[in-house]
Ligand binder design. Structure first.
Ligand code: CTP
Length: 420
């Protein structure tokens, strides 16, 4: 994937031994087509030179709050608003504390307060520092404020100790940047400050449970039954719900995607494991079943690899898997306020989707045409039809991220209407 040309990253480089990895990150970002501007703290300049950062970003490095306010071409407000995302690397104990408590004594901390864009931090520090209650308290405050964390990772540290505190590798930070950008760039405003309900984070703090991806049902130790689901739509929905402040649990089958940021992801293989994890995550306000759950599993899983027998064809007996969506829709005691299903159809889209809405007792069905010709399965775009008990609505072609954002906004409104 290459960034669209308008995507602009403001890197806030702080002083830590991991600062050297920033150069590699800048190179990777530039390769992907991002425009990168950098701000360096005084401490960062003990580890990296401005010249090396300027050479790689091909842009002036900013480091002085007061020089900046004299510079009429770019004040600090413009500098932070001009970016699509602010990325703090390495995020030291000092900058995390300043961010958590709203201090603005230098250019970096001022920009982090003045922005209306999302902030991603990649912490790096000694493990004792990272585990210190003061740092953990600050990290919790920042997470609650919507700051996205990538890492720290566990591993050998520059100081010779082993544990959590290593900064994530540049490629992992890059993947996190792309994920955050895919879920929108603006920080959702607290509900009491916004006039537009759909954007206001009506879902802030509400529990949203999403299933995504295929399930795999073993035939023998090496073979399984599965399907072509990529998990892209389900993961995008989990990310979009987390981006508006929901408390998200994603139960995902095997996919080649990174876990979405800002929620908890539980990895499963089979339909029965998925059901177990979904039930364990209850109660929730909204359940969204996006997974392409395998409808059948082998009645018996062979303990050893099944061998070919030229004399007789192999007959597999398949038994039906539990229907997770129907189980959620039909719960009596702790049924989620909203139960949303997807309907993957290759023919008679409306009729089949309508039937699923009723039979599985859902509040909404998102129907899509999964015939090979549509390119939806595994693709980047989707065209959906929204069915509720009140009626139906066809959405135009859009990216799966856009479908996710619109769906999450719609569910926020619907949830508010239920009064729960
Ligand atoms: N679903 C589920 N558990 C299953 C099968 C499906 O939770 N065992 C959910 C899916 O996550 C989706 C919805 O039910 O939200 C519809 O899935 P789909 O594959 O379109 O339909 P099925 O119910 O499996 O019916 P069919 O395959 O006959 O169309």
């Amino acid at each position: 994937m290459t960034a669209s040309p308008e995507q602009r990253i403001l890197l806030i480089i702080c002083g830590g031994i991991a600062a050297y990895k920033t150069l590699e990150l800048i190179r990777r970002l530039r390769e992907r087509g991002f425009f990168v501007r950098a701000v360096m703290t005084e401490a960062a300049q003990q580890f990296l030179t401005k010249l090396s950062v300027e050479s790689l970003t091909e842009s002036r490095v900013f480091d002085d709050l007061f020089a900046l306010t004299e510079d009429s071409s770019m004040g600090h407000i413009e500098l932070s608003r001009d970016a699509d995302l602010l990325v703090v690397v390495p995020a030291t104990a000092d900058i995390l504390a300043k961010m958590a408590h709203g201090l603005a004594g230098d250019l970096a901390s001022t920009l982090l307060l003045a922005t209306d864009k999302k902030i991603l931090v990649a912490p790096a520090m000694n493990l004792r520092m990272w585990l210190h209650p003061a740092i953990q308290r600050n990290a919790a405050i920042l997470q609650k404020d919507g700051v996205v964390f990538v890492g720290p990772e566990e591993g050998d540290m520059a100081c010779g100790e082993y544990g959590p505190g290593r900064m994530s590798e540049p490629l992992a930070i890059l993947a996190a940047i792309e994920q955050v950008l895919a879920s929108g760039t603006r920080i959702p405003l607290p509900a009491h400050l916004s006039h537009k309900q759909e954007e206001a984070g009506v879902l802030a703090g509400r529990r949203v449970l999403v299933t995504s991806g295929p399930t795999q049902e073993a035939i023998d130790p090496v073979r399984y039954i599965a399907n072509r689901s990529s998990g892209k739509q389900g993961h995008a929905i989990a990310a979009a719900a987390a981006a508006v402040g929901a408390d998200v649990v994603l139960v995902s089958g095997p996919v080649a995607l990174a876990d979405p940021l800002g929620g908890r992801t539980i990895h499963v293989k089979t339909a029965r494991e998925m059901l177990r994890q979904v039930e364990a995550a209850l109660p929730v306000d909204i359940f969204i079943g996006v997974a392409a759950v395998a409808d059948w599993r082998a009645a018996e899983t062979a303990p050893e690899k099944i061998k070919k027998d030229p004399k007789q064809p192999l007959c597999l007996t398949l038994v039906e898997n539990p229907d997770i969506l129907a189980a959620m829709g039909r719960r009596s005691k702790d049924r989620p306020a909203l139960v949303v299903g997807f309907a993957a159809e290759s023919e008679q889209l409306i009729e089949n989707a309508q039937a699923k809405l009723m039979v599985k007792n859902c509040d909404m069905i998102v129907a899509n045409d999964v015939s090979r010709a549509s390119g939806i399965l595994g693709g980047e775009n989707n065209k959906v039809l929204i069915l509720t008990k009140k009626g139906k609505e066809s959405w135009p072609w859009m990216t799966k991220q856009e479908v996710a954002r619109r769906l999450v906004a719609r569910l926020g409104t619907m949830l508010a209407e239920t009064g729960r």
